[in-house]
Design a protein around this ligand. Structure first.
Ligand SMILES: [Zn+2]
Length: 455
């Protein structure tokens, strides 16, 4: 007993943070001085939902101080990390350092003087669009009993799967692309299309195999995405803009006439310093960023079993399952055997799974969230409805699937789908859980469609 009593205060002391930290509830945000053990202190308070005021008290310290802020990334208190910037009390934006794939962890340097700083999420220009509710994406026609809705994923599949490859490695061309083609799967290739930089020993793998990447882009069965120009991070706004912007331009050049929207991943282990929000770069170059992906490098162990679990979880929840690879082949990040074994798992679930590029999936999700269906004046033999979609048609061009569940008595073969000019839209019959449904794909644009019962 006496020993326990003596140890306890010591344990409490060891568990307490090494630097002075806030007492107030910051909604899950952590603020501290980075790598510092002197007298200076920071305190913080939440002044708005996504705005924190940080007060620095140097307490005699004379050297600059590094402030680390960690924002919650998930759950009800999650911050929109891509919209976050840091300003001083005069409103000047500070240079903030982050790691490529950890945008919610900020590090910035301040002088050792008493002062206030604000970490805040910037509202998107023009405000957030008001999106229709889930209920507005489906309707039931009282007269015919038809239930019409936009399926959660393409062709009524239960979940989506994207297979990503990072760093434009030569084995993507020699192994990943041909093996994916054997399976008929679409991959997303995160490339670094920047030319070799003077003074850098890093050779541009992309440049060395440019003709082969051009051929992949021309064929169009795989997606190219932005992994920054050189995979080296950036120091300052202009450098960051060049790393993201020149990579985007290089990919657009390889895919002329196609939507400019593409996935961006800044790369693990890279450091980025900018005064701007990530949103600035995303919006300017039509990029989108999605976090959370299962790493498939063999070094993590039991990858095929881990993927099976990951995939089955997503099939159960109906969400987007993301995985990523580095290099494929003998002695590399993933052996060819393990790569094929994972693709076999995906193949097993193929009928329930939409295997697509990251931009395809992002487009479908965004378009669907911005769409609603409205029943139009109809008769006993003709049902008309309008689809309203708010997304920009030049960027968002992934067709969406409409599903009409037919009453038990009806004959699916007698139903024709027509657009507002009378053209017949191809449809297919699907039977799930004893229900007969007609499915057809429509462009993500405002339009009126009619379902006609033919004799
Ligand atoms: Zn990378």
């Amino acid at each position: 007993m006496t020993t326990m009593k003596r140890i306890l205060p010591l344990v409490v002391l060891l568990l307490s943070p090494p630097v002075a930290v806030l007492a107030a509830d910051l909604g899950g945000v952590v603020v501290k001085l980075d790598g510092y053990e002197g007298a200076a202190a920071v305190s913080a308070q939440l002044v708005e939902r996504f705005k924190i005021q940080i007060t620095v008290d140097p307490k005699g310290e004379t050297k600059p101080l590094a402030v680390r802020v960690e924002l919650p990334e998930s759950g009800p208190r999650a911050w929109p990390a891509a919209d976050v910037e840091v300003r001083d009390a005069q409103g000047k934006a500070l240079m903030v350092r982050r790691v490529g794939i950890e945008w919610a962890k900020l590090l910035f340097t301040v002088p050792a003087v008493t002062g206030n700083y604000f970490v805040q999420a910037v509202q998107p220009t023009g405000g957030k669009p008001v999106l229709p509710s889930e209920k507005e994406r489906v309707f039931v026609d009282g007269a015919t009993g038809l239930r019409v809705g936009i399926t959660k994923w393409h062709d009524g599949r239960k979940a989506a799967l994207s297979i990503r490859f990072d760093d434009s490695h030569p084995t993507h061309l020699t192994k990943a692309v041909p093996i994916l083609r054997e399976y008929g799967f679409r991959g997303t290739f995160m490339v670094n299309p920047g030319a070799s930089e003077p003074g850098s020993r890093r050779r541009s793998e992309f440049e060395a195999h440019r003709a082969e990447w051009e051929a992949v882009a021309r064929q169009g069965d795989h997606e190219l995405a932005n992994h920054s120009a050189h995979h080296r991070g950036a120091v300052g706004d202009d450098d960051m803009e060049a790393e993201i912007g020149t990579a985007a331009l290089a990919i657009w050049k390889l895919t002329p006439g196609r939507s400019k929207l593409m996935a961006l991943n800044l790369g693990g282990g890279t450091r980025w310093e900018t005064t701007r929000t990530l949103r600035y770069y995303l919006d300017k170059y039509h990029q989108f960023e999605t976090s959370g992906s299962l790493g498939m490098d063999d070094v993590y162990g039991n990858r095929v079993a881990a993927f099976r679990q990951h995939l089955e979880r997503h099939l159960a929840s109906g969400n987007w399952c993301r995985i990523h690879y580095h290099y494929i082949g003998h002695g590399l990040s993933s052996s060819e055997a393990n790569f094929r074994a994972a693709l076999d798992v995906a193949k097993e679930h193929r009928s329930q799974l939409w295997i697509a590029g990251m931009a395809d999936i992002h487009k479908y999700q965004t378009e669907r969230n911005a769409s609603k269906l409205t029943l139009q004046p109809s008769g006993p033999k003709r049902l008309a409805f309008q689809i309203t979609c708010q997304t920009d048609a030049t960027l968002y061009d992934q067709p969406m699937t409409i599903e009409a569940q037919l009453p038990p008595s009806s004959n699916a073969g007698r139903v024709k789908i027509k657009d507002d000019r009378g053209n017949v839209i191809p449809s297919r019959v699907a039977r799930t859980d004893g229900v007969t449904a007609l499915r057809f794909d429509v462009a993500p644009r405002n339009a009126v469609y009619a379902m006609e019962m033919t004799p």
